[in-house]
Design a protein around this ligand. Structure first.
Ligand code: PLP
Length: 305
């Protein structure tokens, strides 16, 4: 690999720190692993999901990378940054019509030389079709699915375990978009760990792509559970209760979170604890998966950080 992993990100910065939740659990310990701190731009899980994709693209001598995402996608900016570092050109297919005013995320991606192409929402709903369509636009390019959801993404996410001490925790909790990170955590976990996933999108709990994906990839692993009630109305939706929670968390634990992913993650854990979901003596570690991008969509001073 031309790009040396340890020259780009600093894994030593992924410290584990205590979390002070408003529910004030007494017989349950709650910590967070700050993988958000490994890099300012390719922060958190995005580095893990992209590293083997990039390595593979370089091994295949690809010059151009194509990927997909939304207007506030941490994945889009992370990919744009990595391509620039690796000397590759890239295109991001962005969900929705071209906006009159670009989001801060899209401006960042453009500044990092990513070419942006906008796809109306109807066209975007079918991911396979869009991948085919992009492949025709850019023959010979390396295509990374949205959110890095492929075997390379999962393989990278499995390495998050290298940062988590083996015998210190009973439960791992992560925010879930595509489920790629969660799949890596499940696949590589010692079997007595329970993995809790908090989907941030509004999806049908009975029947959804995420469940299908996880059961296909994780086959005989059953040490995981998804909680579908913490999406706050859908992807990037929020209310003032969530904002107040995030401000309190920051004030009491110095942990910045975002409205799209990790705010909902911490909120969910606090709520599950107050509803006694976790048994006494559980030792929970949350994965701070990075990316505060989405917060830039908020009016200034909504958050105290
Ligand atoms: C992208 C992202 C996720 C979702 O990860 P998946 O592997 O797609 O489930 C979670 N947290 C943050 C901060 C993210 O940027």
């Amino acid at each position: 690999m031309i790009l040396k992993a340890d020259e780009l990100v600093d894994l030593n910065r992924a410290v584990i720190q205590p979390v002070h939740l408003p529910s004030r659990p007494t017989n349950i310990s709650v910590s967070v692993i700050r993988i958000d701190k490994i890099h300012a731009i390719i922060s958190g899980n995005k580095w893990f999901k992209l590293k083997y994709n990039l390595e593979n693209a370089l091994l295949q001598n690809k010059q151009h990378i194509v990927t997909f995402g939304g207007a506030w996608s941490n994945h889009i900016v992370a990919t744009a940054y990595l391509c620039k570092e690796a000397g590759l050109t890239c295109t991001g297919y962005i969900r929705g019509e071209k906006p009159a005013v670009f989001s801060a995320t899209l401006r960042d991606a453009e500044r990092l030389n990513m070419e942006l192409r906008f796809v109306p929402r109807e066209g975007y709903r079918n991911k396979e079709e869009l991948i085919k369509f992009a492949g025709k636009d850019f023959p010979g390019s390396y295509i990374i699915p949205e959110g890095g959801q492929n075997d390379f993404g999962i393989r990278g996410a499995m390495e998050i375990w290298e940062l988590i001490p083996a015998n210190q925790f009973t439960h791992i909790v992560c925010a879930v978009g595509t489920g790629t990170t969660m799949a890596g955590l499940i696949l590589n976990s010692p079997h007595d760990h329970q993995i809790t996933g908090i989907p941030v999108l509004k999806i049908n709990p009975e029947n959804n792509d995420l469940k299908t994906f996880l059961s296909a990839v994780c086959c005989d692993h059953t040490n995981y559970k998804l909680f579908y009630d913490y999406h706050f109305g859908g992807y990037a939706k929020f209310n003032m209760e969530l904002i107040a929670f995030m401000n309190q968390l920051y004030n009491e634990s110095s942990i910045p979170t975002d409205i799209v992913y990790t705010g909902k993650l911490f909120y969910a854990v606090n709520d599950l604890i107050s509803k006694n979901y976790y048994e006494a003596d559980s030792k929970i570690v949350l994965i701070h998966s990075g990316g505060l991008q989405g917060n830039r969509s908020l009016p200034p001073s909504t958050l105290g950080y």
